[in-house]
Design a protein around this ligand. Structure first.
Ligand code: APR
Ligand code: ZN
Length: 370
């Protein structure tokens, strides 16, 4: 069995505002059923920003990042399904694999997952800092690091022809968007759709809507640049957000869309979502607001109009099934993901990438490792 190794990682301690520091950590070898993955690309996701900006609490110090792809470089005892050299996409929800939810294909609903507490399934972490204190990989991935250790089932083998930067996004933003469309909303060809928020997740929803044959596909944002990107990703219309949004969507869809997605995580836009759909239609909450915030909805209208609100956690993904499907659709040219990446940066530029996201400048920065 391999030794522990030193890795450079983006670490958030909560002692320097919203900054991460690049630290050299010690990473123990993979235990039974685990693999070590050499990270080749890690996406900078809105969920990491929620943590850095103090909106969500996590165990500290935290190795940030949860959206990554890389190469298996070492395997623990008992690993059967992966071999050294396999290209993998990492899944950030590490379910128990045995409970009723897991066996029903709803592993995202597993109550026994410890990954939300930044712990591996056995309740421990493989990481320690320069003082020998435990460090906690965010969502049990800690992707902004030269290497990570994860359970075998959280590293999904995909076709080696998918470039690592694209593959990294399959693990969160692209997977979440695809899953919201295919698994949660079950969009069928010809349905009309509106997507509020055209960031990394919103654009992924738009490209999946195009794959599903939805039309029209109306993108909404407050940035003209994001709307231009939405049109490139497959949206048929781009609208600036605002109080009269429902009217404008109604005109384009003859009375309201068949399905609407919120991909920002703002309670104000979540509250607006049921107004964008026609009676009997569905509104999907994909964006995650700060902890404790409430969404105000007109209960009478919702019931009277028979509308459905769907909560989408990790796009209802079954990673072992859905990640390879997304990779195949990309390789077949049916899922336009190349334009989703607006910047490739080094680990040392992680803070700059988060600042660009805060300024709303980039759709997706991806940290690449040589
Ligand atoms: N109306 C419309 N669009 C808005 C508004 C608004 N009031 N406010 C912000 N936006 C747009 C931004 O301009 C940006 O394009 O919403 C988009 C948000 O995108 P990102 O910041 O790139 O976030 P993303 O990574 O896509 O994540 C969105 O999904 O999974 C969750 O935790 C994640 O809650 C986050 C959400
Ligand atoms: Zn994410």
């Amino acid at each position: 069995m391999t030794e522990s190794i030193e890795v450079r990682s983006a670490v958030y301690r909560g002692t320097d505002g919203d900054r991460v520091g690049i630290e050299t950590l010690r990473l123990a070898p993979p235990a039974h059923g685990e693999v070590r993955v050499r990270v080749r690309a890690a996406g900078v996701c809105g969920s990491d920003r929620h943590v850095l900006d103090g909106e969500w609490n996590v165990a500290l110090p935290a190795i940030m990042g949860h959206e990554a792809a890389g190469v298996v470089e070492s395997i623990g005892d008992g690993v059967r399904g992966l071999a050294v050299g396999d290209h993998v996409v990492l899944a950030w929800h590490q379910a128990c694999q045995r409970c009723e939810s897991c066996t029903a294909g709803k592993s995202w609903a597993c109550r026994f997952a410890k990954s939300n507490d930044s712990l591996l399934p056995d309740g421990t972490t493989r990481w320690s800092d320069a003082d020998g204190a435990a460090a906690y990989p965010y969502l049990a991935v800690g992707a902004m690091s030269e290497a990570v250790v994860v359970p075998e089932f959280a590293a999904i083998k995909i076709d080696q022809r998918v470039p690592f930067d694209i593959a990294s996004l399959i693990g969160c933003s692209v997977g979440t968007g695809y899953g919201a469309v295919v698994n949660n909303a079950r969009v069928v060809a010809g349905e009309s759709a509106v997507v509020v928020g055209s960031g990394g997740v919103g654009l992924s929803i738009i490209s999946a809507l195009r794959l599903a044959g939805a039309t029209p596909i109306i993108a909404v944002d407050v940035s003209e640049a994001k709307l231009a990107e939405a049109l490139r990703a497959g949206a048929t219309h781009g609208l600036m957000g605002g109080p009269d949004l429902a009217e404008r969507v109604s005109e384009l869809t003859d009375g309201g869309a068949d399905v609407a997605f919120e991909a920002i995580g703002r309670v104000a836009t979540m509250a607006q979502l049921p107004d964008l759909i026609r009676p009997g239609a569905r509104a999907v909450f994909v964006g995650l607001p700060p902890e404790g915030q409430k969404v105000e909805i007109d209960g009478l209208l919702l019931a009277y109009d028979g509308k459905t609100i769907i909560g989408s956690n990790y796009g209802g993904l079954v990673p072992a099934r859905d990640f390879p499907r997304i990779a195949r659709a990309y390789l077949a040219g049916a899922l336009p993901l190349d334009d989703l990446i607006s910047a490739r940066v080094s680990l040392d530029e992680t803070n700059d990438a988060f600042d660009a996201m805060r300024r709303g400048e980039r759709t997706r920065s991806v940290i690449t490792f040589d």
